[in-house]
Write a protein that binds this ligand. Structure first.
Ligand SMILES: NCCCC(=O)O
Length: 821
């Protein structure tokens, strides 16, 4: 068959021949799948890849993205050209990210804390050193810079061609000038990709359509959340001062004044700008199929203030003409992170798109996607990238508004817990207005508005940002104190809530979870769904309502993921129905030593330990409304989660609030909840990820190895071998200034031995507490280690037991089994 001929069948069809499609083809082939066809409607790279500026930097405070970036720099600078013979034109010029303010400097320190854990060469340098590295940059007002000497840039087309060539060499078929016209799921589960050259059937279809990805996804009924934004960079005429330079200057990222980057392009200057006002979307409804190597007229009005600043910073560019104007379309998802992983609700339909920094991020992301497709699990935590983090609430209006917001934030400081406010609210519980009126500051989780903290009287309910402790510290402390000493009520309506029923429901569900299902009605378990690699798909709580009737709850983020995972594994012919009740049901958590007194004032039910034990659930009436009361507490207190149809939530809350007033009931948010679960040693979404097995996570007490369950073989294998890492619980020295942010390096004797997965101040115990995945040799309780916080090593000690209530005895004296929910 000629190279250009389209086969009728392939294991994988990739739609789109940019850096993402080519990267995936290359990595699938390297992982052993070579029956792969890549379709490109025009020429490879002719969408967005060809006009990329092509830079890549180690400067990221995302640990997961950092892993990809580190891989990419090695690939571009050392591997790809040697392997394929195709030049990628690597320029290893390094980068400088400038800081003008204390907050910007803090950001750089945080980046170093993460980068150290990834082994990245990076240091913070002062103006003198910056001047040595870049004598042409006006440093007025610059405090320092992050110098990342191994950064660089590539020829974007060369990089994509090299990946394509590497893929071809291993047997992948690349068909150019062949436009996909439809993607249809067949009754047998296969996909049929219709093209200009005829149909091709495949087991897996991948949408690597770049700016076309949304319209490609719409063929299959998926409103893929991404919008094309246009971005400018300009190339000047030759710079006389560069003519005699014998080396290339580092790329400068000046977030404050330029909102972009300035570098050398051969002997010219290159200035890229992410304007901080009036960002421009394009092709909102339709990206023209005939568009090919398309650029737009530059709009100098839009970028002028930052362009003027750029010239002010690099006066040697001031008198030069512009020889090339690049104003092209780039795909932005609502939160700025790429869409890498399964499409929601569409088995074997994968997203490999939404990548605004395709050259910098792409190959590493596509390697992970290839691993996910071939082996059932990626090697890195894909939470930030999983397309199922965004649900159907992310309609086109939302997408556009959020993409603009993301564009505007591209060169803003990524403060910890930064709250993106555009296009909200989209999903609210019945308590939203009431809690807002009582000072709630909400955050968005899977579209839901969830209270994160409550502003006390006299405090403005507006987020307070900083890498160091802010006024929030004392506010959250007061919420924790309320729960530990009296009672707190928290709106947890964002939880995913799924009913599983049918005559085969128990058999099915028991085979899907690592713990044993409850054998009695009204009992609750905490358990984990595992993939075949034995890695964690999700942590869930399951209530047995009746013999073949279950109620599953989990963190909002997992809603679609769990629905898809369960749906996909229901055996043919089995009688199992899944009903996603997440939107129909609301819930509050009432917890603290007074929780029983408060709830008792609102119900006739017997709430005594004997009648209503820990990890049990009952249908009770509260405020005359039917409520499913589950005796659980993520704070490790006496407490109940009360689940009910959303319409009942407001009256139930009102009655609990009225009854709670004399007990000192407080509204509490997710920040307090996180602090309390950390001091109780309960693991959460940061610990239980697709990166780890249950033995590594240290949650084997929730596993029954004497039963069959999905992922058991891999769990046995994990148990039989030395563990790669284990989840350690750390007491980190408190400097009373900064509490970390996650992703920080953990060191032993100066050597990196792990990474922080969660870190928070435990207000009851007065300790800074962390979970970290570290090498097992260092995890013995009592071992001292260092955690890098704000660029400085901080002494830490491995703890054996929870910092709060280590013997699991509530203040009331009741025994509490260890649990996390
Ligand atoms: N236009 C993407 C450039 C990204 C960067 O190098 O900062």
């Amino acid at each position: 068959m000629p190279e250009s001929a389209l086969p009728s069948q392939a294991r994988v069809v990739i739609i789109g021949g940019g850096i993402m499609g080519c990267g995936l083809a290359y990595h699938l082939a390297h992982e052993g799948w070579t029956d792969v066809v890549l379709l490109e409607k025009a020429e490879l790279t002719s969408g967005s890849t060809w006009h990329a500026a092509g830079q890549i930097t180690h400067s990221t405070s995302s640990f997961a993205l950092g892993k990809c970036v580190g891989y990419n720099i090695d690939l571009y600078s050392k591997v790809l050209e040697a392997e394929t013979g195709q030049s990628v034109t690597w320029h290893g010029c390094g980068s400088l990210r400038l800081a003008y303010t204390d907050d910007e400097l803090d950001w750089l320190h945080q980046t170093v804390s993460v980068g150290k854990g990834l082994g990245f060469p990076m240091e913070i340098v002062g103006p003198e050193r910056i001047r040595e590295l870049h004598p042409f940059y006006n440093l007025d007002g610059v405090k320092a810079a992050l110098h990342t000497p191994d950064d660089g840039h590539v020829d974007p087309a060369g990089a994509a061609f090299a990946l394509a060539k590497g893929a071809r060499q291993l047997g992948v078929k690349i068909v150019r000038r062949c436009r996909a016209t439809n993607v249809i799921q067949q009754p047998n589960g296969e996909w049929l990709v219709e093209t200009e050259q005829g149909p091709i059937a495949c087991e897996h279809v991948v949408n690597a359509g770049g700016t076309y990805a949304r319209q490609v996804a719409l063929w299959s009924g998926y409103d893929l959340p991404a919008t094309s934004m246009t971005h400018h960079y300009l190339i000047t005429d030759t710079v006389p001062e560069f003519q005699t330079l014998d080396h290339e200057l580092p790329v400068v990222r000046d977030d404050r004044l330029v909102s972009g980057y300035i570098r050398m392009e051969q002997k010219s200057g290159l200035i890229g700008i992410y304007e901080k006002a009036n960002p421009n979307t394009v092709w909102e409804n339709h990206c023209p199929w005939e568009a090919e190597n398309e650029l737009f007229e530059p709009n100098y009005d839009r970028i002028m203030p930052w362009l003027e600043n750029a010239i002010g910073r690099m006066p040697i560019l001031a008198e030069l003409g512009i020889k090339r104007e690049v104003h092209g379309a780039i795909s932005h998802p609502p939160d700025g992170n790429p869409l890498i992983g399964p499409a929601p609700g569409l088995p074997n339909y994968w997203c490999c798109c939404g990548t605004q920094i395709g050259i910098g991020w792409g190959p590493g992301l596509t390697r992970e996607l290839a691993r996910w497709m071939v082996h059932g699990a990626a090697e890195i935590n894909m939470r930030e990238f999983d397309p199922r983090r965004l649900g159907p609430y992310a309609d086109q209006n939302y997408q556009i508004t959020k993409a603009k917001e993301d564009y505007l934030l591209r060169h803003e400081i990524p403060f910890p817990h930064f709250n993106r406010l555009a296009a909200r609210p989209v999903k609210t519980s019945a308590l939203y207005a009431t809690l807002k009126a009582r000072g709630a500051v909400h955050e968005e989780i899977y579209g839901w508005e969830r209270p994160r903290w409550f502003a006390p009287q006299g405090t403005e309910p507006v987020d307070i940002y900083g890498f160091h402790r802010t006024g929030l510290h004392d506010i959250v402390a007061a919420e924790c104190r309320a729960v530990r000493e009296r009672a707190g009520i928290t709106d947890i309506s964002s939880f995913a809530k799924i009913e599983i029923a049918g005559k085969d429901a128990a058999t099915f569900l028991d085979g899907m979870v690592a713990n044993r299902l409850p054998t009695r009605d009204g009992r609750i378990i905490l358990t984990h769904l595992l993939n075949d690699a034995g890695r964690v798909e999700a942590e869930v709580t399951i209530v047995r309502l009746a013999e073949n009737w279950f109620y599953l709850t989990c963190a909002a983020f997992f809603e679609q993921r769990v629905m898809d995972w369960l749906a996909r594994h229901i055996p043919d012919g089995a009688e199992v129905t899944l009903h996603n009740q997440s939107a129909e049901y609301g819930a509050v958590a009432l917890q603290g030593p007074r929780a029983r007194d408060i709830l008792a004032a609102c119900t006739e039910a017997d709430l005594s330990n004997a009648a209503f034990p820990w990890l049990s659930s009952q249908d009770i009436a509260v405020a005359e409304q039917p409520v499913q009361a589950m005796r659980l507490s993520y704070a490790g207190e006496l407490g109940w989660e009360l689940h009910m149809p959303m319409a009942h939530l407001a009256p139930v809350y009102a009655e609990l609030w009225a009854a709670g007033e004399r007990h000192g009931l407080a509204n509490t948010g997710s920040f307090a909840m996180n602090s309390m679960r950390m001091e109780k040693g309960f693991k959460g979404a940061g610990e239980l990820t697709n990166e780890v097995t249950l033995p590594e996570a240290g949650v084997m007490r929730f596993v029954r190895m004497d039963k069959c369950f999905r992922g058991k073989t891999a769990t046995e294998t994990a148990l039989a071998k030395p563990l790669r890492w284990v989840c350690a619980y750390l007491d980190v020295a408190d400097d009373r200034k900064s509490d970390g942010n996650g992703g920080e390096a953990v060191l032993a004797g100066g050597q990196q031995i792990g990474t922080v997965s969660s870190i928070a101040f435990g207000h009851t115990v007065g300790k800074l507490l962390a979970f970290a995945y570290i090498k097992p040799d260092h995890a013995t309780p009592g071992t001292t280690l260092d955690v890098m916080i704000m660029g400085q090593p901080r002494r830490a000690r491995v703890l054996a037991k929870p910092a709060y209530d280590p013997e699991n005895r509530l203040p009331s004296g009741e025994a509490l089994e260890e649990v996390s929910v």
